[in-house]
Design a protein around this ligand. Sequence first.
Ligand code: SDX
Length: 429
Amino acid sequence: MMTSTRKAILTIDGQEPIELPILEPVHGHDCIDIRALAGKTGLFTYDSGFVSTASCSSKITYIDGERGELLYRGYPIEQLAAKCEFLDVAYLLKHGELPDAGQKKTFVDIIKTHTMLHEQIVRLYQGFRRDSHPMAVMVGMVGALSAFYHEAWDFSDETHRNISFNRIVAKLPTIVAMAYKYSIGEPFMYPRNDLSYAANFMHMMFGTPCERYEPNPVLVHALDTIFTLHADHEQNASTSTVRLAGSSRANPYACISAGIGCLWGPAHGGANEACLKMLEEIGDVSRVPEYIRRAKDKNDPFRLMGFGHRVYKNFDPRARLMQKICADVLRELELEDDPLFKLALELERIALEDDYFVKRKLYPNVDYYSGIVQKAMGIPTSMFTCIFALARTVGWMAQWEEMILDSEHKIGRPRQLYIGVPRRDVPPS
Ligand code: SDX
């Protein structure tokens, strides 16, 4: 972050103007440094939803919303999706560089040998109703990790931070798969160390003790790439939740559990589940105009799920990659005529020809096609956001560690614009 010589001059009520430094990033918007504002003027800034606010400095991910560009540690998402595996990307997000062959082998071996859960954690699933939403189970199970792992909690110690990162990245697939198995009453499948990260996850999701499960390599590659597309995304709502929770020095498992809770919302990571339900409700291309009209009607709470984004005001590069993954998977499964995929393509075409969406720069986001491809792979709708959380955990942990190591960071404690009842006394009894 470079403090430029440029200043923002603020004059309030004709008083003596104050100068505020302008910070110039490597990429993206220049920022007015307002940290001294309250001290100099007694005034706060107001920015509900943080539309115009940079909450931190970061070196991990950059999004150019106008150009539809997403960079992880400087690498374009398109190149990472084409050339790297998810664990390469996990290593990159945490350590800042792609692993060399030796680093990759060491990292993969560590992840493979930490995929099992403590048997007492496994018993916790029994406390949930079978029909619990799997995201509720994930919030509970990931938070419960902090009840089992106490030793690695001196986060000034890099070894402890690495133990926490490796442990949670390794165990998330097991936790997610067990949540699914529990919901359908099938026995848990324990991890297989002979399989890759994505293949092992599919084994734990779809395998049974009755026969050996060999995951389809095309689907494994598709899932591994889906993990990469979801790995990190700047200071979105759930990542900001993880950072805010971590700023109090809460342990990383509790912070990730908080992030999972935030991601669950249909305006955020829950949109893929909501999008598939929306497509199933629309049902047929003939009904698309009715739903486009509803999406534009301010009196109708309906929104086109999987459309729009706070940052992307052009296409979401992940949506384009996801559309291709979707086509590849449907072709492999001989489902090219999948009605939902055809409906989604037609809905996108019609929406992007409509002035309402064009003027507001509303395009498909990462959640628009991800539900279709996951459904085709046999993943139930209720599990879509769990897959999102599984992948995003590497980004959350990288962002948590960056916040811990930031010498400027303080406990996050925003102020407010109080619009309640003026001061008053309790009436005499
Ligand atoms: C994710 O932040 C991230 O990076 C998130 C994420 C990540 O990787 O972490 O990318 C993952 O959460 C993707 C977004 C998934 N959510 C959805 O698909 C839900 C549907 N989308 C909308 O709810 C909305 O677009 C948001 C929440 C995504 C963005 O909302 P903003 O930035 O607050 O935009 P807005 O609500 O102010 O909308 C601007 C205008 C409004 O109309 P006007 O008031 O200007 O007339 O666009 C309209 C909105 O009504 N609008 C939509 C719409 N999205 C915005 N109208 C119809 N359908 C939509 N989907």
